[in-house]
Design a binder for this molecule. Structure first.
Ligand code: COA
Length: 535
């Protein structure tokens, strides 16, 4: 075993400065998370409680095994949009009767729990996670259905919500709906498409059309209970499998359903777990504020992996990418971590080789991003940087072992792709508050625009407007900077959440444990594995 020796000077002024900057970012993040937690705010929360109902987070807490963790997903969905942070739904992975489940709970205090475009995307993501990792799904339903003013953006893509439920079932992944209140129109297909349905007496209301709509459509007079009440569905329509007395009873029944799933994880069990030799608190001071100064990702690994033990692969070759083998909470991982930011031909080839090795040994991969992209310039183009970068991207795209990506610093350009960015379907992708992601750095992007504009103006024989150029550059730089920040990207569901660096090991452990519900098998070298590598 090779234990990492961290050279981080935790008593120096530099460390203290980086730590302060990270703590300031975490405080901002906390304030945004608090908005998601407050849901619809005091007025709607009080009204909900007064009706004798539990809040969505209270429902989740009761549903989960006591003192077990809940890995919340996409808590900042909708950030920066016209909708409430969190997008009127809570999603995450939690343990019920010892089984890791994906929980999807509507927040009825936010616009009646109606689904806006971000809600829909957040639920799609939770469903994908359930399908890829083979996790049972529990829907806690209480929703006004589609957010009517934005229906044009959700009606057509939103059909996937129900499709996903039945595809999960077809894949042998159980789906459970606990219906706490309204589940109207399209929403009626959540219980409709679920394997197991629990409804609550005098609370659950599930109909394709409520009394006013029925009156309009057919002239028939009806009431909520006869059209879609829980008692009716338990006794007449058969849509409810279980009739609960109240909310705690519905949750109790939900837990019993999970207990009877006879769930068995199919991936290999973890080995013994040893804590890192370095304090994870110190992760606060690793990343330089502003990302201008490089940092050693081994300082991160030393505080994240089991026993700080890391067997580095090809340490003397392509050393701006660190590759090697470790364990996290007893699960083996192959790590690819950017060291000095730029990916050259050697780094790309090393990555492609390493990814193949991980596939050969069925070892999940962990990508730690801090890259400004692939190297540009005449020598590098002539040296084949495109084909070597393509080789790495081929390996990442066709690798079959589970991938987890963690954005800790920059994640720019095609480097974001080669390091398994969002479009490359990592099983999970989290970001630290220090992360930044864009096609390139804001200054560089503004500079490129300026050079192009200057050349165009010269070609027209016009004098270049220097003042206008400076203003344009400042504006573009500010815009791209804002759009590169983790809260903005998380708001658009480009990651699964922004995490406190100190929680990294726990979050990775929870992800790896969830991943191992499915078998872990790499690509094979029999023609069904990788595409043609351009050598
Ligand atoms: N789209 C947009 N806004 C909605 C909404 C929807 N589908 N459903 C509710 N809201 C809004 C309400 O306008 C209200 O806004 P306000 O407080 O700013 O006035 C807020 O959410 C709370 O709704 P309210 O009716 O006061 O809450 P409630 O708990 O008493 O009732 C519902 C909740 C869901 C039963 C009720 O709002 C309802 O029937 N909504 C429409 C359901 C429907 O037919 N949807 C179509 C599905 S395709």
């Amino acid at each position: 075993m090779t234990a990492l020796r961290s050279t981080l000077d935790t008593s120096g002024a530099e460390f203290a400065g980086y730590r302060d900057a990270m703590l300031a970012k975490l405080a901002e993040l906390e304030a945004e998370h608090a908005k998601a937690i407050e849901g619809g705010g005091e007025k709607y929360t009080a009204r909900h409680h007064k009706r004798g109902k539990l809040l969505v987070r209270e429902r989740i807490e009761l549903l989960l095994d006591e003192d077990s963790p809940f890995l919340e997903l996409s808590p900042l969905a909708g950030w920066g949009s016209d909708f409430k942070v969190g997008a009127s739904v809570v999603t995450g992975i939690g343990v019920v009767e010892g089984v890791e489940c994906v929980i999807i709970g509507n927040d009825p205090t936010v616009r009646g729990g109606a689904s806006n475009p971000w809600t829909v995307r957040k639920i799609f993501r939770a469903s994908d996670i359930a399908l890829e990792n083979r996790l049972p799904v529990i829907n806690l339903v209480e929703s006004g259905g589609a957010d009517l003013p934005t229906q044009k953006e959700i009606f057509i893509p939103g059909g996937r919500l129900f499709r996903d439920l039945t595809r999960l079932s077809a894949a042998g992944i159980p789906t459970i709906a606990l219906v706490f209140g309204n589940s109207t129109a399209g929403g009626a297909y959540v219980p409709g498409m679920s394997d197991h349905v629990v409804m609550i007496e005098e609370r659950s209301k599930v109909f394709l059309g409520g009394p006013p709509l029925v009156k309009m459509a057919t002239g028939e007079e009806s009431d909520d209970e006869s059209l879609g009440g829980a008692a009716m569905h338990a006794r007449s329509s058969g849509l409810a499998d279980y009739l609960a007395r109240d909310e705690p009873d519905a949750i109790r029944i939900g837990r019993r359903i999970v207990a009877r799933l006879n769930w068995r994880k199919r991936g290999p069990a973890p080995g013994p777990v040893t804590a890192p030799r370095y304090d994870e608190e110190e992760l606060l001071g690793v990343v330089p504020d502003g990302l201008k100064v490089p940092f050693d990702p081994r300082d991160v690994l030393a505080r994240v992996v089991d026993g700080s033990e890391f067997d580095e692969f090809k340490p003397l070759y392509g050393n701006s990418l660190v590759t090697g083998w470790a364990r996290v909470h007893g699960y083996p991982v192959g790590v690819l971590a950017n060291a000095r930011g730029i990916l050259f031909s050697e780094e790309s080839q090393k990555a492609a080789q390493f990814i193949q090795l991980a596939n050969q040994t069925d070892t999940p991969l962990l990508f730690l991003h801090n890259t400004t992209g692939y190297m540009v310039g005449k020598d590098y183009e002539q040296g084949g940087i495109i084909k070597h970068g393509a080789m790495m991207i081929n390996a990442v795209s066709n690798s079959k072992v589970p991938h987890i990506s963690l954005l800790i610093g920059a994640s720019y350009g095609a480097g974001h792709y080669g390091m398994c960015g969002r479009a490359y379907d990592p099983r999970f992708l989290f970001a630290w508050p220090s992360a930044k992601s864009a096609v390139m750095g804001p200054q560089q992007l503004a500079g490129v625009l300026s050079i192009v504009a200057r050349a165009a103006s010269e070609a027209r024989g016009q004098a270049y407007d220097e003042e206008g150029d400076a203003a344009m550059r400042a504006a573009v730089e500010a815009q791209v900077e804002a759009e590169s920040l983790p809260m903005f990207l998380s708001g658009r569901l480009y990651d699964d959440g922004v995490i406190d660096p100190r929680d990294t090991r726990t979050v990775l452990g929870l992800c790896l444990s969830a991943i191992h519900n499915n078998p872990v098998q790499g690509a094979r070298f029999d023609g069904t594995g990788f595409g043609v590598f351009r050598m």
